[in-house]
Each structure stands twice: as structure tokens, then as C-alpha cells.
Ligand binder design. Structure first.
Ligand code: ATP
Ligand code: MG
Length: 172
């Protein structure tokens, strides 16, 4: 993406385009806002997962408020940071039914298995809003890594795995 993402985000903020906490950034990207530590954690995990070939959006940039403010008139909180990532054009898993839901449910388990293999606990991933199914390629993408944890012990990973096998939502 060679575009100036901070500029596109600034325009989106000025135009009040925020929806469910997310700003559209041009046609193909979105921005999620947060404070430094939390959002940096999400940026690091997402970038790592993408590099490892997990089905997550491509993570483009982490931008500080000051840089976005140059391109928008609305005052924005100086402590804000924005992750810009690929927009997944599809539907949240919790809104699927029938054949689509079945496929998405199968894929989420496979993907979570890979994530566990990387020593990461994907807390919250079974929340119906935290994955999106693309109908054009019939593929589910995991989003929202805010609560995910890196470097987990084998004990914790196995616990999560066992619950998955038993068909218990690990977050329950
Ligand atoms: N990359 C993306 N592409 C398309 N839609 C997205 C993307 N990221 C988030 N969304 C949409 O925005 C909603 C909220 O995003 P997300 O789940 O990351 O944040 P959150 O649950 O509000 O925040 P947090 O868990 O960090 O408090 C998602 O449920 C989804 O509908
Ligand atoms: Mg979420």
C-alpha cells in the first residue's frame, strides 16, 4: 500500500465515518483505535500471525495521533494510536448459518490449532464478532487480538486444546 494511510484516516475521522469502533480507510483498509500499550500488543501479534501464514488481515501500519492530526480538523486524543489493517469484506461468524456456518466453524478450529502451535492463546476468538467469513474465497479470518497472549506454557495451551476437542468454548 503506497498510499498515505494517515491522510485517508484523517479524512475518515473528519467525515465521522466511525462504525462499531472502526474507521474505514479508503476502500480496502480499516483503522482500529486504542492506547499505546494495548494497541501495540495487537499490532505485534497480528503482524506476527500474518507472517506465519495464519488467516488474519494483513497488518499495514501503526500510526500515532500526532501524524493523523496533521490531516484532520477534528481534535483527536493525543494518546490515541491506530492500527491500519486490511479490511475483510465478508460477514462475522456469529451472523452465519447453514453451510457457511459449518464451514466457518470447521475453519476456526483448524486455525486455532495453528495459533496454539505458535504458543499463542487466542482468548475471545470464539466470540461471534471476532472472525469474518469471506464468501468470495470461502475463507474465515480471525480478527481482534487484543486479549491474545504470546509465550504461553504447554499446560495452558493443552488446557485450551482439550476444551476445544470436548466442544466447549474455551472462553466459557
Ligand atoms: N479487519 C477488519 N475487517 C473488517 N471488519 C473488521 C476488521 N476488524 C474489525 N472489524 C469489525 O469491527 C468490529 C470490532 O472490531 P474488533 O473486534 O477488533 O474490536 P472490539 O471487539 O471492539 O475491540 P476490543 O476487543 O479490542 O475491545 C468487528 O466485530 C468487525 O465487525
Ligand atoms: Mg471484538
Amino acid at each position: 500500500m503506497g498510499e498515505n494511510l494517515a491522510l485517508l484516516l484523517g479524512k475518515s475521522i473528519d467525515a465521522d465515518k466511525r462504525h462499531i469502533g472502526i474507521y474505514p480507510v479508503g476502500q480496502d483498509a480499516i483503522a482500529k483505535v486504542g492506547f499505546n500499550g494495548a494497541i501495540r500488543h495487537e499490532f505485534d501479534i497480528g503482524s506476527y500471525l500474518f507472517r506465519e501464514g495464519i488467516a488474519v488481515p494483513e497488518i499495514y501500519e501503526l500510526i500515532e495521533a500526532e501524524r493523523v492530526q496533521r490531516y484532520c480538523d477534528k481534535p483527536i486524543n493525543k494518546n490515541n494510536w491506530y492500527i491500519i489493517m486490511q479490511k475483510i469484506k465478508g460477514r462475522e461468524r456469529g451472523l452465519l448459518f447453514g453451510k457457511d456456518k459449518k464451514e466457518a466453524d470447521k475453519q476456526i478450529k483448524e486455525e486455532v490449532e495453528k495459533v496454539l502451535g505458535l504458543g499463542i492463546l487466542p482468548y475471545d476468538c470464539f466470540n461471534g464478532w471476532n472472525s469474518i467469513f469471506r464468501f468470495d474465497i470461502r475463507k474465515l479470518f480471525l480478527i481482534d487480538f487484543a486479549a491474545w497472549e504470546k509465550g504461553c506454557s504447554a499446560y495452558e495451551l493443552n488446557h485450551f486444546r482439550e476444551r476445544l476437542k470436548a466442544n466447549i468454548k474455551p472462553s466459557d
